[in-house]
Design a protein around this ligand. Structure first.
Ligand code: 2P0
Length: 331
């Protein structure tokens, strides 16, 4: 009745921004992501009648109330209903990167929780079912069950049974592809994605254009990844990220995730690109800038990035593995 899982975070190359069903976490558009090798969450879950209530320990800190505790409890309730179980659970979870700083901790966190809790509850779910369960916890978590490059299918059905993470290619498909994560700030972000997304759908005058064009971007991205067309992937990922941020910025009140260092990085990358050093950027619900390049340009880019003031950390990631069970439990 105890299980431990490791799931890796992911960065979207075409973004998920807006829901058509908040209860089932169904997206308005499909998205494509790359699973990261370096950033992951490890989670142990045990169901036992000896627990008086659900216990949740995140990064060494016991959370007994608040939003994160409620989200975990809600997800455990869903799993208990599926497994016809009644026992309370203990959940211990560790991220090896900053939580809620625009580095997709909810993706790896909810994927690891889903996989560990489902097993601990005695459910025997396949990858598609695990992705759907993860999606119910956090949309982007549906993409963290699989490694490599993943397409979260938008789906058509109202019950969400066709909206899950479909692997486009494993990490071995494109070993030269790099995602350099530039950590601008590690404080908690001001706007959580979930609320920001709902605010954008409700108030951004340009959101309908996003919704009408995002699926075509996602389908093109899938093909470009299969062809290993780096220029195509980079150009489309950058365009798609800027299009999403344009909807965030033009929301009422405005959601502006960019910091001065974020903008400085964007200008620098564009200038270096004009000089022949090919790289592209993407950004999510935080100030971090993720830079895509090929292995041949990694060293030169990292040395240039290191000269930028205001960057706390630079982490070079490759495509990472599928979520997996671990034998070593956290408690
Ligand atoms: C993405 N983001 O595709 C986009 C880009 C943020 C910006 O998925 O409400 O934490 O739990 O489904 O998954 C972050 O949204 O939101 C996200 P919920 P989630 O990576």
């Amino acid at each position: 009745m105890k299980a431990t899982c490791q799931a890796h975070s992911n960065i979207a190359l075409t973004k998920y921004w807006g829901k058509r069903d908040k209860q089932l976490m169904l997206p308005n558009n499909g998205s494509v992501s790359m699973t990261l090798d370096k950033f992951f969450t490890q989670t142990t879950v045990a169901f036992d009648p000896k627990f008086k209530k659900d216990e949740f320990v995140l990064n060494g800190k016991t959370l007994a109330e608040g939003e994160e505790y409620s989200e975990v409890k809600g997800h455990l309730n869903l799993i208990r209903t599926m497994a016809k179980g009644k026992e309370n659970a203990k959940v211990v979870s560790n991220n090896n990167f900053p939580t809620a700083a625009g580095l997709a901790s909810s993706a790896s966190g909810l994927a690891a929780l889903s996989m560990a809790a489902a097993k601990a509850a005695g459910l025997n779910l396949n990858e598609k079912e695990l992705s759907i369960l993860s999606r119910r916890g956090s949309g982007s978590a549906s993409r963290s069950i699989r490694g490599g490059f993943v397409h979260w299918l938008k789906g058509e059905k109202s019950d969400g049974s066709d909206s899950f993470g479909d692997q486009i290619a494993s990490a071995e498909h494109w070993p030269e592809f790099r995602m350099i994560v530039n950590i601008v700030k590690t404080t908690q972000k001001k706007w959580k994605s979930r609320a920001g997304m709902a605010q954008t759908v409700a108030t951004c005058p340009y959101y309908p254009t996003w919704a009408q064009t995002a699926d075509a971007d996602t389908l093109s991205m899938r093909e470009l990844i299969l062809k290993k067309d780096f220029t195509g992937v980079g150009q489309l990922a950058e365009f798609n990220a800027l299009k999403m941020h344009a909807t965030m910025i033009t929301t009422r009140p405005s959601i502006l995730y960019w910091q001065p260092t974020t903008v400085e990085l964007m200008h620098n990358l564009m200038a270096w690109r004009d000089e022949g050093l090919e790289s592209y950027f993407t950004m999510d619900a935080g100030p971090q800038v993720k830079v895509m390049c090929l292995e041949k340009n990694e060293k030169k880019l990292v040395s240039k990035l290191k000269e930028i003031q205001g960057l706390e950390k630079i982490e070079v990631c490759k495509a990472g593995p599928d979520a997996k069970f671990l034998d070593k439990h956290l408690f």
